[in-house]
Structure formats: C-alpha cells, structure tokens
Design a protein around this ligand. Structure first.
Ligand code: MLT
Length: 262
C-alpha cells in the first residue's frame, strides 16, 4: 500500500498490528533497495519504507535539504502512522538520518539496525568531493555521476553476476531529479558528527557491513559497533556497500536473528 505523508511517498507492507520496522534507504537510491528484506520481514512485521525527499518518487520541493529536515520528515511519518516504538533500519545516508534521529529522540524507537554507514561527519576532503560531484552534475547531467558513484557502491560479485540488475539500478537513479540528488549531497556535506552519541545508545543495536564495502569499510563499522554498548556486529560475505541488495540471504538472516532476540 502506498500513502502520501507530508508530500513523501510512503510504502506499507504487512499487518499494521505487528511490530513496526521503518527502513531508510541510502543515496542515491529509493525505498526499493529494501525489497528483499520486506519480502521476508513483512510476514511478521509491519514494514514501512519511504522515498527520502527528492529521491525516487518523492518530490523535490525547494531542494533545500539538511540532515535535520530529513530527520524531521522521518518523525512526521512515524507520528502520522502512529508507529509504536518502531525498529529503525538505515543504510548509509539512511544510517546518518537514523543516528541523528536516535540522538534527538531515541526513546521513540525499540531497536536499531545500522547497515554500511558511519557516525563521523564529512571531513574537508569529503566535503570537496561532494562539491565536485555537484559541479559535475551541473556540467554533465546526472548519469555520469550516478554511474561512477553506484559502481563504487557494489562489489565485483554483484556487478559480474547481476549485470542486468546493476545496469537497471544505474538507469533508475540517473532518472531521479538532479536537484534532489544535489540536495542530498548538500545535506550529507553539512551533517553533524554523531560519534559522541554512540556510547549513549541504550536500545539493542545490530551493525551490518559488506565484506568489500569501499565506502564504509568493515574496519570503520567495527569501530562504530564497538562504541555502542552490547551491539552485535556482522560482516556480510561477498558484497560491497549495498549489502541488503547484494547478499539479501545473509542480511536477512542477521536481521531475523537479531529481531528474534528482542
Ligand atoms: C549512501 O549509500 O547513502 C552514500 O554512500 C552515503 C555517502 O555518500 O556518504
């Protein structure tokens, strides 16, 4: 089922009487990146996904995004759907939103799954990279940027064995509104560092990382996991940054195992 909340496209699967899980996608993707998780988890959980403003089907508005506005919109969706202590599950940019949401209102969640993400903010080099990406999109259009960015996201196994799916992912993201993609880049560039909050997290946490993740490598994610009291850390074999898409069986196994223990 699809609903529009605060102008954003929100997708609901499973029985709304079940425990809710809210999924936050990465950049430059949309809610469909969680399909393999929803196929399994919607049997026992009420699964909520949405397209973050300016990406996927959600309209760009004025294109002026901050991590704070992304968090505000997450809270609006949770309130509107009256989600009772959902489990928060975010990948990469979705994890940035999730960690900042925990910092602001952790008591509204019951557990967190952080996939292929980080708590530290962009350093100088990272900021210049984002600025370079915006300049490139302005000059060349979206496709060359998304092609390079997405290539870096996936491991070799997926790129070679799921060539067609991989090409489709690039084509889909290349058709997004460039203003939305640039708005997300600026929101990530300007985001706060959430590292100091990690050892304050009280809810159960699962930290997942693709073995060959080039953007948020296992060493970075292990450091993040070590800072969260009692966090479980799982490295997913044979995949890069997009572990839920590249190795859904292992990611689902890790999430289902974690949820069973709650
Ligand atoms: C993502 O997957 O959301 C991006 O890699 C995040 C980023 O560019 O920092």
């Amino acid at each position: 089922m699809k609903e529009i909340i605060n102008g954003l496209f929100v997708f609901l699967e499973g029985n709304n009487k079940n425990k809710p899980i809210i999924f936050l996608h990465g950049f430059p993707y949309d809610h469909t990146m969680w399909k393999a998780q929803l196929d399994v988890l919607s049997e026992k959980y009420f699964c909520v996904t949405y397209d973050i403003r300016g990406l996927g089907e959600s309209p760009v508005g004025d294109g002026q995004f901050t991590m704070e506005s992304f968090v505000d919109e997450l809270e609006i969706i949770m309130n509107e759907l009256k989600l009772e202590k959902p489990i928060l599950c975010g990948l990469s940019m979705g994890g940035y939103i999730g960690l900042r949401a925990l910092e602001k209102f952790e008591n509204k969640f019951s557990a967190v799954v952080l996939c292929d993400t980080r708590a530290d903010a962009d350093g100088n080099e990272g900021k210049l990279k984002r600025a370079g990406a915006i300049k490139r999109i302005n000059k060349e259009g979206l496709e060359p940027f998304t092609k390079d960015f997405i290539s870096n996201c996936y491991g070799e196994h997926y790129k070679q064995n799921k060539k067609e799916d991989f090409e489709k992912r690039i084509a889909k993201s290349s058709a997004f509104d460039p203003v939305g993609v640039k708005g997300s880049l600026l929101a990530m560039l300007g985001r706060n560092d959430t590292t100091d909050y990690l050892n304050k997290i009280k809810i159960p946490a699962l930290v997942i990382c693709g073995e060959f993740d080039a953007l948020t490598p296992p060493a970075v994610m292990k450091t993040l996991a070590d800072k969260i009291n009692g966090a479980e850390f799982v490295v997913i074999k044979n995949c890069g940054h997009m572990s839920p898409i590249e190795n859904p069986e292992e990611v689902n196994k890790a999430i289902v195992g974690f949820l069973k223990k709650l």
